[in-house]
Unconditional design. Structure first.
Length: 392
């Protein structure tokens, strides 16, 4: 553009005096433009110094080349303002921008007077418009671009945070499932192993007195062992992607078989069930079955020899009550167990909206009571909605 100015001045005399190529004024203009170009490279890092500096350097050309050559230096100011605004500096730019605008206004006013502008007012108006254009235009465009970039970055960070939250929810759900599976393993093992322990104690007394009965008890121990292995294999099979077959979920109709298995192991259990009732949902029936199973296992472990009663009451007020009571033990309590049986029952009851109560009876025994809603009520955690891809 500096090389093109002489030709433009010949076509438009209003451009003012233009230094010829190779002269001292021409080389001075070239030096100022080079210095400005170097300063523009640092506009984003040090805008407080570069913006006033790139404008002040051009003032040395006012007495040497006050015409269109001085106007060329405004290009560097315009680019510096744009770079500084889009670089998002840590400190506000109002002070350096006002300083740059004041220096540019002064230079343009002096050069307008040197070119013979008609009147001080016209020169001031021309200089003000020039400064407003050079400072205001890149400030406006740069601010819009910086705002859009900030919004884009905020959206990206928001999506990243939502993805982290989604991963945390999934991990929490996986942790709850692992805890549930662990308690299922505990319930299965406690139920069958307590029966095996009772049979083994009976066999120890029957070996000498009644060998035939002892052989029958050993056969029952073998059946209990096969049952616990089958239950554990079924539970582990739920974790596989493909299974050959899955045993159906236990229901309240399976309580009779559960009680018969415990009776065969030597326990004294009475089952009381109404002739007909309105059945709750399948998940609620599984919760009831597990409660009875765990309660009988606890009674065998902590109240050895005590008679038990499993009772399924008639539906009342939209709920079905299942209770397990044991009497006074005939042998001493071996001590506290793992402590998670009642916790697991309570969590299962909460899953289906049931109420679980437990505590000692006036006769000195223990009772666990579950009140199931007849409607299928399941509290689940919904997975988060799928998120759009994070923009690059």
């Amino acid at each position: 553009m500096l090389l093109f100015l002489p030709s433009a001045a010949e076509a438009d005399p209003d451009l003012g005096p233009v230094p010829g190529p190779g002269g001292a004024a021409w080389w001075m203009v070239m030096a100022v433009l080079l210095v400005q170009a170097v300063m523009v490279a640092w506009a984003g890092r040090a805008p407080a110094v570069v913006l006033p500096g790139v404008t002040a350097v051009a003032l040395v050309l006012v007495p040497v080349a006050p015409g269109s050559a001085f106007t060329l230096t405004a290009i560097a100011v315009l680019v510096s303002v744009f770079v500084a605004v889009t670089a998002r500096p840590a400190r506000p730019l109002w002070a350096p921008l006002l300083a740059a605008a004041g220096l540019l206004l002064t230079g343009q006013f002096v050069t307008a007077g040197a070119r013979g502008a008609s009147g001080v007012g016209a020169a001031g108006m021309s200089a003000a418009l020039q400064a407003l254009l050079v400072i205001g235009l890149p400030l406006l465009v740069g601010s819009v671009l910086a705002a859009r970039r900030d919004a884009h970055e905020a959206r990206r960070l928001e999506l990243a945070a939502l993805r982290r939250e989604q991963d945390a929810l999934l991990q929490a759900a996986i942790s709850r499932q692992r805890t549930a599976l662990s308690r299922e393993l505990h319930d299965i093992a406690a139920h069958h192993l307590s029966g095996i322990a009772m049979l083994a104690a009976v066999v120890a007394r029957q070996i000498d007195t009644s060998p035939a009965t002892a052989r029958h008890s050993v056969a029952q121990i073998r059946e209990q062992s096969r049952a616990v292995l089958a239950d554990l294999r079924r539970l582990v099979g739920l974790l596989r992607e493909e299974t050959d077959g899955v045993r159906p979920v236990e229901t309240l109709d399976a309580l009779a078989g559960l009680v018969e298995a415990r009776r065969a192991a030597g326990a004294e259990i009475e089952l009381c069930m109404p002739p007909c009732w309105e059945e709750p949902g399948p998940l609620a029936q599984l919760v009831a079955y597990r409660m009875v199973q765990e309660s009988l296992a606890n009674a065998a472990a902590h109240a050895p020899g005590a008679p038990c009663t499993v009772e399924v009451g008639a539906p009342r007020e939209g709920r079905l009550t299942i209770s397990v009571r044991n009497g006074v033990p005939t042998s001493p309590d071996p001590g506290p167990g793992g402590g998670f049986g009642l916790v697991g029952m309570a969590e299962r009851a909460q899953l289906v909206g049931a109420d679980l109560d437990h505590g000692p009876t006036p006769e000195g025994g223990w009772e666990v009571r579950l009140r199931l809603p007849l409607g299928e009520t399941v509290s689940t955690m919904c997975a988060p909605a799928s998120l759009p891809e994070v923009p690059p």
